[in-house]
Design a protein around this ligand. Structure first.
Ligand code: HEM
Length: 463
């Protein structure tokens, strides 16, 4: 209508499908930005989507005009399971209430008997034991990391971790693992959502697995309800049940059974793959760069030693390790295009008018790989986060969790997990690659929604 930002000319019905590589949408968007600049429109089928490319455009939208850009856009498949409920997919008043509650409860370190740091450390201990039991043999770390990371969420949501051999736990994790292995063309789903529903394919299986996961969570909430003590919440579900009880008289309340199950599901889906892939990629990057691993070892030995467990308070004394953790997240750029947003009203942005409901991609890789802020962004270099004196260098361009009103609700938890899991692993082991480090391919496998490392195995040698 002449008010949206310009972009490649769309064709009827298929929009810009011919200009978009369905296997690597982030790459197509990078190419288009070279031609159309930091703000442009692409057509996903018949629907326009505005791409924001680079720090200035993303900041102007998500921070300076944060409220207008706070709507959630389509999340292929997941939308059909959560049906606009839970923190990640809801909008308007429901989202405000659920997000506020979720953040306070996750931040509430007094919840149950243990705080979140203790829960992570307990799990890190079990992870280290599992690594030790490989007896220096080669193994793929994927399952171990998924188990550890999901168990932290289990501990927060269900009050306790599961034993790694517990059949219920294995069933639950199997559903998540199956989904992470199934290759879904998110781009095809974004382009032709209705059409995809009519075709068979991996998306049907993913949907089935998510539904099975939701009924597991629903069963667990029943168990909690039967043994609930209103004065003593044991976990996230108890806290939610108490909130439902407190708000019983309020007909505007969003605290109900459906939102409880879907918010819990959100925590698993948004929190498991993201953190475990980051950790796995981190191990690969350290295998590729033994000289960086050696420096982390040296810092761990100096600050923590070998006889006590690391804790979050150590981080401020460990600028190099902190820089490595940040650089892992920057390099991985886990969610290159961000999770899609929408504008919640007709919105003037720069010289354009973006109609209410338009999909927005506030791209994150464009910021994490900005060569003005991170010289040689394609290189894995912790120096990107260190100043000339070796002190940690903070930068607003560190945005793997996005920014603004919908910034990742699990950021605090994820950052603790990555720091504590990684330092615990490196305190106890030296990583050994199966091939010459220089031969290791650290480039990502990129899909529309997430980057992940190429498959690999490693050995861990006790220190
Ligand atoms: C390395 C780990 C993680 C990364 C890189 C990551 C990244 C992101 C990103 C980019 C978003 C979209 C934000 C936006 O719309 O602007 C998001 C949303 C979200 N994340 Fe994370 N995340 C991680 C871990 C976690 C964990 C551990 C949890 C929960 C325990 C979690 C829960 C959520 C939720 C609930 C949302 C939706 C927020 C909303 O719509 O208000 N994430 N995350």
């Amino acid at each position: 209508n002449g008010k949206l930002p310009p972009g490649p000319v769309p064709l009827p019905l298929i929009g810009n499908a011919l200009q978009l590589n369905t296997k690597n949408l982030p790459q197509s968007i990078e190419k288009l930005s070279a031609k159309f600049g930091p703000v442009f429109t692409i057509y996903l089928g018949t629907k326009p989507a505005v791409v924001l490319y680079g720090y200035e455009a993303v900041k102007e939208a998500l921070i300076d005009q944060g409220d207008a850009f706070s709507g959630r856009g389509p999340i292929p498949i997941l939308d059909q399971v959560v049906e606009g409920k839970g923190i990640g997919s809801s909008n308007g008043e429901a989202w405000k209430q659920l997000r506020r509650f979720g953040l306070t409860t996750l931040r509430n370190f007094g919840m149950g008997k243990k705080n979140i740091e203790e829960r992570i450390l307990e799990e890190a201990h079990f992870l280290v034991e599992r690594f030790r039991n490989t007896h220096e043999g080669a193994f793929d770390p994927t399952s171990f990391l998924i188990h550890a990371v999901s168990n932290v969420i289990c501990s927060v949501v269900f009050g306790d971790r599961f034993d790694y051999h517990d059949k219920k736990f294995l069933k639950l994790i199997d559903l998540l693992e199956q989904n992470s292995k199934l290759q879904l063309s998110f781009t095809m789903y974004l382009l032709f959502p209705t059409l995809m529903d009519y075709f068979p394919g991996p998306h049907k299986k993913i949907l089935k697995n998510f539904r099975a996961f939701a009924s597991f969570v629903s069963e667990r909430t029943k168990i909690n309800r039967e043994s609930l003590d209103l004065s003593c919440p044991r976990d996230f579900i108890d806290a939610f049940l108490i909130k439902i009880e407190e708000e019983k008289q309020n007909d505007q309340s969003e605290f109900n059974n459906a939102n409880m199950v879907k918010t819990t599901l959100d925590l698993f889906i948004a929190g498991t793959g993201t953190t475990s892939i980051t950790l796995k990629y981190g191990l690969l990057l350290l295998l590729r760069h033994p000289e960086i691993e050696a420096k982390v070892h040296e810092e761990i030995d100096r600050v923590i030693g070998r006889n006590r467990r690391p804790c979050m308070a150590d981080r401020s004394q460990m600028p190099y390790t902190d820089a490595v953790v940040h650089e892992i997240q920057r390099f991985v750029s886990l969610v290159p295009l961000n999770v899609p947003r929408t504008v919640i009203r007709d919105t003037q942005f720069r010289q354009f008018i973006i109609p209410k409901g338009t999909i927005i991609f506030p791209t994150l890789k464009s910021i994490l790989y900005d060569s003005r802020e991170f010289p040689n962004p394609d290189q894995f270099d912790p120096g990107h986060f260190l100043d000339e004196n070796g002190a940690f260098r903070k930068t607003d361009y560190f945005m793997p969790f996005s920014t603004g009103k919908r910034i990742c609700a699990g950021e605090g938890m994820a950052r603790m997990e990555i720091f504590l899991f990684l330092t615990m692993i490196l305190q106890n082991f030296t990583l050994k690659p199966l091939i010459d480090p220089k031969e290791i391919d650290i480039s990502p496998i990129t899909t529309t929604m997430a980057n992940r490392p190429r498959p690999f195995q490693l050995c861990v040698v006790p220190r």
